[in-house]
Write a protein that binds this ligand. Structure first.
Ligand code: CDP
Length: 207
């Protein structure tokens, strides 16, 4: 069974993906980390984020040592990731490894922006997770503060709006719900309610 989860920043898709993976005993890939790691390799080498040739080389050359999560989860790397993610050649360079991950015999849970539309169009279950920008900014500010970042709510909200616009407005695999995705609005849901709703969606899709 393949579960595809897409949605904008801090919508709750990562938490839902992790919990669904646990619930069904499936492997989980947070595909945002691929774009974050690509951006980090470029920034660490002092290279521009919008140079397609360099960005593709960085994406193709990703190694396990580039995935130290504490260096990738910050606000700066989220913004940088959305810049490299808008380059069509970078998306192509990362496509095969995502499909390979999804093709393991038991299946998998993948979360990102284009899983239901591009990476796994035949997924068993597709969820498009949303929440209001204000609630997403509150969640992200809390998360960043718990990681020790000093952030201002207004800046986080502005960052989320800018990223939504860039991710939805790009021509390559824009952030959009697949026609057959079930929408899950988590604005007024706590984590446990959101997980219960997500499991119900998957159970319906499995039939
Ligand atoms: O956790 P959050 O939603 O803030 O970010 P993320 O999922 O780690 O993604 C960071 C950025 O990578 C997004 O803003 C997208 O531009 C890009 N991304 C993408 O284009 N396609 C994916 N499948 C995953 C992430």
């Amino acid at each position: 069974m393949i579960i595809a989860i897409d949605g904008p920043a801090a919508s709750g898709k990562g938490t839902i993906a992790r919990r669904l993976a646990q619930h069904y005993g499936l492997a989980h890939l947070d595909t945002g980390l691929l774009y974050r790691a690509t951006a980090r390799v470029l920034l660490d080498s002092g290279l521009r984020l919008d140079d397609p040739a360099r960005a593709v080389a960085a994406a193709r050359g990703l190694a396990l040592t580039d995935f130290e999560e504490d260096k990738l989860r910050g606000a700066k790397m989220g913004e940088a990731a959305s810049i490299v993610a808008a380059i069509p050649e970078v998306r192509s360079a990362l496509l095969d490894m995502q499909r390979k991950f999804a093709s393991r015999p038991q299946g998998a849970v993948l979360d990102g922006r284009d899983i239901g539309t591009v990476i796994c169009p035949d997924a068993t279950a597709k969820l498009f997770v949303t929440a209001s920008p204000e609630v997403r900014a509150q969640r992200r500010a809390l998360e960043l503060r718990s990681r020790g970042e000093r952030v201002d709510y207004a800046d986080v909200l502005a960052d989320i709006r800018r990223r939504d616009e860039r991710d939805a407005g790009r021509s390559a695999a824009p952030l959009v719900a697949a026609a057959d995705a079930a929408r899950l609005d988590t604005t007024d849901l706590d984590v446990e309610r959101a997980i219960a709703a997500a499991v119900a969606i998957v159970e319906r899709a499995k039939r």
